[in-house]
Design a protein. Structure first.
Length: 293
């Protein structure tokens, strides 16, 4: 089921310009807003899922203030050009703008269940419940601007591009570090067999790590490490080796054209097919075919 964030809002003095621009990736939904503001614009927000609010531009003049309770004191972002607020699920946020004419911001809504599947034990779940208000991070800002570009793009790039950016934001936000390399446990025989059989059966398709992890009952991170410990190569490389082997069989046993083989093998076009095949064999498909005669 597609992740659909929900948020209740009470706003005053805001006028959205051009409408909401939204993109959805695995575990993350991005909402891009461009807003004209009255001199005393304010709002109250409460979301079902944790979210990260990032001001992209518009605060060269005026003040932006937030607070977590109706009786709390305002926390101002003075001196912070691009303030960010991480708000846990179910926590209300009040915002008030003084003499800000226009603001452009992006909201990233996180599906914690999906992201826990991806990161496994590497996530500190207690950090997800703690708010962070009016902070700034140059790395997150750079990634957020790229995500905003995808939201506004009428011809967005591949899903994996936006997904990678969103996952990078999540990693920086919660300081998810690479762990010291240690001896990894291997997959159980039944897990390895189930994963490799699935890759054999779906060799023409692009298989996501999530699919294989779910087949074995593991997080994506755990599965990826355990698969490499069991086979000596990551899952995507194993699948590509299957695809190349099947292509070699077709080159030897059929009279299909290279263009048709590329199509059967799930490549976008013959040029892509040729490039990948040469990377793995050192020869173009035509040259490899001639070498076998």
């Amino acid at each position: 089921m597609t992740f659909q964030p929900r948020m209740s809002t009470k706003i005053n003095g805001f006028s959205v310009v051009g409408g909401l621009q939204q993109r959805s990736w695995d575990g993350v939904v991005a909402d891009l807003f461009s807003v004209d503001c009255a001199p005393d614009a304010s709002g109250q927000y409460e979301a079902r899922d944790p979210r990260l609010f990032i001001v992209l531009d518009g605060l060269k003049t005026g003040k932006f203030n937030v607070r977590l309770g109706a009786e709390s004191k305002d926390l101002a972002g003075e001196g912070v050009t691009n303030p960010m607020c991480y708000v846990p699920a179910g926590m209300p946020l009040w915002a008030r703008l003084d003499n800000v004419k226009h603001i452009r911001h992006i909201d990233l809504h996180f599906n914690v269940k999906s992201l826990v599947k991806r990161f496994g034990e590497d996530i500190d779940l207690t950090a997800i419940t703690r708010p962070r208000l009016m902070f700034s991070d140059a790395r997150i800002l750079s990634l957020a601007n790229l995500l905003a570009g995808e939201c506004a793009n009428n011809e967005p790039l591949h899903q994996l591009y936006g997904e990678s950016l969103a996952i990078a934001v999540f990693s920086v936000l919660f300081d998810i570090k690479a762990k010291t390399e240690r001896k990894r446990s291997r997959l159980a025989p039944w897990q390895l067999r189930r994963a490799t059989d699935y890759m054999e059966a779906h060799w023409m398709q692009t298989i996501r790590l999530q699919e294989l992890a779910e087949l074995t009952g593991l997080s994506q991170s755990h599965f990826g490490h355990a698969f490499k410990a069991s086979t000596g190569m990551p899952p995507h490389q194993w699948q590509m080796s299957i695809r190349i082997r099947r292509i070699e069989e077709m080159l030897l046993r059929t009279s299909h054209s290279l263009n048709h083989i590329a199509e059967l093998a799930g490549f976008a076009d013959q040029a892509h097919f040729t490039r990948v095949f040469r990377q793995h064999t050192g020869l173009t498909p035509a040259a490899w075919q001639r070498s076998q005669k």
